[in-house]
Design a protein around this ligand. Structure first.
Ligand SMILES: [Zn+2]
Ligand SMILES: [Zn+2]
Length: 368
């Protein structure tokens, strides 16, 4: 049954998002309706409000959520009303060449569902009956959302909604880059550029993998303080410490084994590539503006045999990785409680975005 729900909507780029009441349509075949329990405020949501990630408005924000299934569409037989789920913003189809080759994070179905459900239609309408786009094919900064069945992963209901929510983006993207995209050897030296919600999770992914030295680079001392809490052994603030690459070369005696770029800028990708030793691996996690380019010294490429690789959604296989990350949390290896440094009501969404831009939180979460 269709429901009325409050939702956080970007109406126009470079304007603050607004909270409005929308209609959430009933699930169609292969879909489910979810009562959202909590939704993290991710930097990508902010990027969607200013066109850095060019998803057209009007757009219901949010792609990092957990909730409870309240209605099943026709044909959904492997889930039940009352199940607790985490939203995956990649609806892996299981059939395309990428799913079959074991890279569901690159799924063709998901590439089509950027602002709609995979069938190309919307499940949100505004008060005038006009359709609203779904951020990342989900749009879960709302009291209710109708999603494709492939966008939800059933989890243990004992996990708090705010903790479960952030696994759906920041934790998966950040920790996954260290746990899935590359295989870090115990004792390795890692560098993480950017200590925001994603970078902090890359830091803890490196720590879980047994990295001995983890160097965090960020322009904010507050974020570097968080970085130490999540496992960074050294921190560099280029504002006060000067050239990061030179510092890293000195600290590591000639370059790190792995560098993770969690910022999304050509200049920091170049630094990540330059701060690893010969044969090392630089991983690009941050999402840049379309058209952003990277400058590398072409002459040195064959001599150094470095690897530069992208990491999409932490190379997630959500149905395997979400439960695994929650198991690491229950065991005490993965910090989630410490990540949620503030919670907000949906009516405080503007404050949550202001705090994101000010960089005061490890992660802010809207709790419903
Ligand atoms: Zn995100
Ligand atoms: Zn697929």
């Amino acid at each position: 049954m269709a429901k009325q729900a409050k939702a956080v909507v970007c109406r126009e780029w470079n304007k603050p998002p607004v909270v409005e009441t929308v209609t959430v349509e009933s699930p169609k075949r292969g879909e489910v309706m979810v009562k959202i329990g909590a939704c993290g405020v991710c930097h990508s949501d902010y990027s969607a409000t200013n066109g850095t990630i060019p998803l057209p408005p009007p757009l219901v924000l949010g792609h990092e959520a957990a909730g409870t299934i309240v209605e099943l569409g026709e044909g959904v037989t492997d889930l039940a009303v009352g199940d607790t789920i985490i939203v995956s913003w990649i609806p892996m189809c299981g059939k395309c060449r990428y799913c079959v080759m074991g890279k569901p994070q690159l799924c063709d179905q998901s590439a089509k569902a950027t602002v709609t459900l995979p069938d190309g239609t919307h499940r949100f309408k505004d008060k005038d009956g006009k359709p609203l786009n779904h951020m990342a094919g989900t749009g879960v900064m709302a009291e209710y959302a109708t999603l494709h069945r492939d966008n939800v992963i059933k989890i243990d209901p004992s996990i708090g909604m705010d903790k479960a929510a952030i696994v759906g983006c920041a934790v998966m993207t950040g920790a996954g880059a260290a746990l899935n995209t590359v295989k870090i050897e115990a004792g390795a030296t890692c560098v993480v550029f950017g200590a925001g919600g994603v970078g902090l999770n890359t830091i803890q992914g490196c720590a879980i993998s047994g990295a001995l030295r983890i160097i965090a680079v960020d322009m904010s001392d507050k974020k570097l303080e968080f970085a130490r809490q999540f496992g960074a052994t050294d921190t560099i603030n280029p504002n006060t410490d000067g050239d990061a690459v030179g510092k890293i070369m000195a600290l590591t005696g000639g370059g790190a084994d792995y560098a993770f770029e969690c910022v999304g800028l050509g200049a920091t990708i170049t630094q990540a590539y330059n701060c690893i030793h010969k044969g090392g691996t630089a991983v690009v996690v941050g999402v840049s503006k379309p058209g952003e380019t990277v400058t590398l010294n072409a002459f040195l490429i064959p001599f150094q045999e470095k690897v530069l690789v992208g990491s999409m959604y932490g190379s997630a296989r959500p149905s395997i990785d979400f439960p695994r990350l929650l198991d690491l949390y229950k065991k005490g290896s993965l910090k989630l409680d410490e990540l949620v440094t503030a919670t907000y009501t949906i009516d405080q969404a503007q404050q949550a975005f202001d705090d994101l831009v000010a960089g005061v939180n490890a992660r802010g979460v809207i709790v419903f």
